[in-house]
Design a protein around this ligand. Structure first.
Ligand code: ZN
Ligand code: ZN
Length: 357
């Protein structure tokens, strides 16, 4: 029998977005409709310092889209934290980054440092000061927004012309997560599990007039097609909100998820796992003692696959599959897949690691 990945259910999520309850221009109903139009399974709303959508009973299924409500804990100028699993918004007054992480955990939630590597832009005022996350090594967070659609692209463009290009064809600007983000993440993972997600920070920046937003830079629907975080759920979603929320949040907490630029090609079906000759299986995000593990990754269409240990390439393949017998070697293993698009190599998939210690 050919090797088979663990049986998991792949759902495409868009993470980190703002509605009219904070500084976005779309209502929850409009955002859910945009999710349906873009073919998304789950929308993770994160308004600044509010769970208003949840309080109003808007969390749940909107047709084919499951909309879950977290919040972006948003102290002024730093330490933004995408927090999920909360019943009440967190009061961050006077808290540093570790204090925010602790407050979210004590309230039963978990979270991700938002745009943690933000440095600001010399060219554009919106990003001028940067909104970094301090003490990322020691804060004890669940994970990080490794790749931020708005921050990483917005801070990298150097001219109005490039900004216009980004707005017209984001896929031409969004090529790879910044190398510095990847290096820092690899270093953090050497110490402990740090879950990586891709975030949009979608606001649909524009002007709302009554029930319409006639002036807008990028519609939710368009940004939803770009960068997604796919979660791998152990059980099928059933329509029961508590059950379905637990499935999605469980996958995010455990790192059973991967980042994909679905605008390049649909990534659903990507898989990365470990297996032993006696039939044990390790899903993405898991940690286990080093041993006779072979690591395998498959993609739903041919791509350039690279498997890395502690950031260094140990195996690669051009095709649908890559495998690497670890021969007992400990390390943090992860996979990327790249595709050529308009003459350039682009990151298509970034896995979470398998940690062999
Ligand atoms: Zn933010
Ligand atoms: Zn935000």
């Amino acid at each position: 029998m050919p090797p088979a990945p663990p049986l998991l259910h792949d759902l495409a999520c868009v993470v980190h977005l703002h509605s009219t309850y904070s500084d976005g221009t779309g209502t929850v109903a409009e955002i859910a409709a945009a999710g349906r139009a873009a073919g998304v399974d789950v929308v993770l709303l994160t308004d600044h310092d509010t769970l208003e959508a949840r309080a109003r009973g808007e969390e749940g299924w909107h047709g084919s889209v499951l909309l879950l409500v977290g919040e972006e804990v948003s102290p002024r100028g730093r330490n933004h934290y995408l927090a999920f699993g909360l019943d009440e918004p967190v009061d961050h007054t006077g808290l540093d980054s570790a204090g925010i992480v602790r407050a979210v955990a004590e309230a039963g939630g978990f979270g991700f440092a938002a745009h943690p590597f933000s440095k600001g832009s010399e060219r554009f005022k919106r990003f001028a000061a940067g909104l970094p996350f301090h003490d990322i090594e020691t804060a004890g967070l669940t994970g990080i927004e490794l790749w931020s659609f708005v921050t990483d692209a917005g801070e990298s463009v150097g001219s109005v012309r490039d900004m216009v290009r980004f707005l017209a064809r984001p896929i031409d600007v969004l090529d790879h997560p910044p190398a510095e983000n990847m290096e820092t993440w690899d270093r953090l993972c050497g110490q402990r599990r740090v879950v990586a997600i891709g975030g949009l920070d979608a606001h649909q920046i524009g002007v709302r007039v009554g029930n319409r937003v006639p002036v807008r830079l990028m519609a939710y629907r368009r940004s939803f097609r770009q960068l997604r975080t796919h979660v791998l759920c152990e059980e099928l979603l059933s329509g029961d909100l508590d059950h379905d929320r637990d499935q999605v949040y469980g996958a995010l907490r455990e790192g059973r998820c991967y980042i994909a630029v679905d605008a390049l090609a649909p990534a659903r079906g990507f898989s990365f796992w470990g297996e032993t000759p006696d039939g044990a299986r390790l899903p993405m995000g898991a940690e286990a003692p080093a041993g006779d593990w072979t690591l395998r990754a498959t993609v739903p269409r041919p791509a350039q696959l690279r498997l890395r240990r502690d950031g260094n390439e140990v195996a690669s393949a051009l095709g649908g599959e890559v495998a690497h017998p670890t021969a007992g070697e400990a390390g943090v293993y992860r996979v990327t897949a790249t595709l050529e698009h308009r003459g350039r190599d682009r990151t298509w998939v970034v896995s979470n690691p398998i940690y062999l210690r």
